[in-house]
Design a protein around this ligand. Structure first.
Ligand SMILES: Cc1cc2nc3c(=O)[nH]c(=O)nc-3n(C[C@H](O)[C@H](O)[C@H](O)COP(=O)(O)OP(=O)(O)OC[C@H]3O[C@@H](n4cnc5c(N)ncnc54)[C@H](O)[C@@H]3O)c2cc1C
Length: 383
């Protein structure tokens, strides 16, 4: 067993850290406040190859792997968690296309996603279907050579700005989840309306609703076969879930760093507040959760790089990392007191952004169900 990163991975991490500190961090507060979607940063990240580590060279990637992606994402999220969402919106569709698309679909749609030119998204959730993906109501009815998509997708990251994305819809509702299909579509055609929504955090990551009304797609847009949608969706979520966990580690780290810095500066009752054991308890717990989460993320990413199944390890990593981020943001806010609660300092942003990790890409409850059911022998996670 070797816990050292290779020289190549250290270089990737350092490049991402430098980029995040110089290009993302200085405007993070402003971007959050003004709800800026930074297409310019997306293009720069694309140019640096951040979206291409899990994509082979023939489709515009660099093939550095999932561990490289996790290292990059941790650095980006440490600077601004909302920007790590942007990474998943590019790699989620690109990976689904790579795994399930035909040659024409891969050549056409993956390279613009990897370059950050085409802003991506994936549209699963609906007003009445969150954790229960099979409960979606959007349909894709065959009409001649076309599929007509009808339905509403809710809480879709990048919905207000996406150039295209993955859309999940029923081609045959009678088949239950086996009747679900996955489509990739550019949104530059009639039949789609967007509505921006506001949420607690991740303000620089636009979110919203997509309504499809007779949105016409052809067989060219179908990924795999009719009925493959549930398989595509679960596979795609396993990849983006892992990277979401890497982002949560970055946010936990940012919160812990802010808390440690403040403990070493602030004095009360004649000494630095870091001297108080109650604050030391919070710092120790932050470190323990963060380090455990990072190791679990790296293990799951390493398994992906070995082409091995990692669904169980991804769920363990995602659960641990999401809870670590929420714990660290809460602890940092306690330590900074009024300065933590103030909108003039970044900790309140960490606090708002951290909550999303317990909800997205399968909630913490859903991860616990996967982990427990595997342990109890009810349903093997790695199948
Ligand atoms: C910031 C943000 C970005 C998002 N981006 C996207 C996106 O890009 N694309 C997309 O498709 N969706 C997106 N979503 C939606 C997200 O995937 C869903 O919110 C998530 O799947 C949970 O669904 P829900 O919110 O409807 O909660 P529900 O599924 O209604 O769950 C409500 C509560 O019940 C719990 N629960 C549900 N089922 C069970 C169960 N069987 N056992 C125990 N507890 C259970 C949940 O853990 C949760 O605590 C986003 C959401 C947010 C907040």
């Amino acid at each position: 067993m070797d816990f050292e990163l290779s020289e190549e991975l250290v270089a990737v991490r350092d490049l991402a850290r430098e980029f995040a500190e110089k290009e993302i961090a200085p405007t993070a507060a402003k971007d959050d406040r003004e709800r800026n979607f930074r297409k310019d940063l997306l293009l720069k990240m694309g140019e640096l190859g951040f979206f291409g580590t899990v994509i082979p060279e023939e489709y515009g990637g660099n093939g550095l792997g999932f561990l490289a992606l996790a290292l990059i994402t941790e650095e980006v999220a440490r600077a601004h968690s909302a920007l790590r969402v942007a990474i998943n919106m590019q790699i989620g569709p690109a990976l689904a296309l790579l795994k399930f698309g035909d040659e024409e679909q891969k050549k056409k749609w993956i390279p613009p996603l990897v370059r950050g030119e085409s802003v991506g998204c994936f549209a699963i959730t609906e007003p009445d279907a969150g954790s229960d993906v099979a409960a979606i109501r959007t349909t894709a009815m065959r009409k001649g050579d076309n599929y007509l998509i009808n339905g509403t997708k809710l809480w879709i990251s990048n919905a207000p700005v996406a150039d295209g994305g993955l859309v999940y819809a029923y081609t045959d509702k009678s088949q239950k989840h086996r009747g679900l299909s996955a489509f990739y579509a550019n949104f530059d055609r009639l039949g789609i309306t967007r509505r921006a929504l506001e949420t607690l955090g991740a303000h620089a990551s636009p979110i919203g609703e997509l309504t499809f009304e007779n949105f016409a797609l052809s067989a060219e847009n179908l990924l795999g076969k009719e009925g493959d949608g549930f398989k595509v969706c679960m596979w795609q979520l396993n990849q983006t879930r892992l990277n979401c966990a890497a982002g949560a580690v970055g946010l936990a780290r940012a919160a812990r760093e802010a808390a440690v810095n403040y403990c070493n500066q602030r004095e009360q009752f004649g000494q630095k507040i870091g001297q108080y054991q109650m604050n030391q308890d919070l710092i120790a717990q932050m470190i323990v959760h963060e380090e455990a989460a990072r190791l679990l993320v790296h293990r799951a990413a390493w398994l992906a790089d070995q082409n091995r199944l990692n669904n169980l390890e991804v769920s363990i990593a995602k659960y641990t990392a999401a809870e670590a981020a929420a714990y660290a943001a809460d602890a940092a806010l306690r330590i900074l007191g009024a300065y933590g609660y103030s909108t003039e300092f970044p900790v309140e942003r960490y606090y708002r952004d951290a909550k999303s990790y317990q909800i997205v890409e399968g909630s913490s409850n859903i991860q616990k169900i996967i982990i427990a059911q595997d342990a109890l022998g009810y349903r093997k996670a790695n199948r």
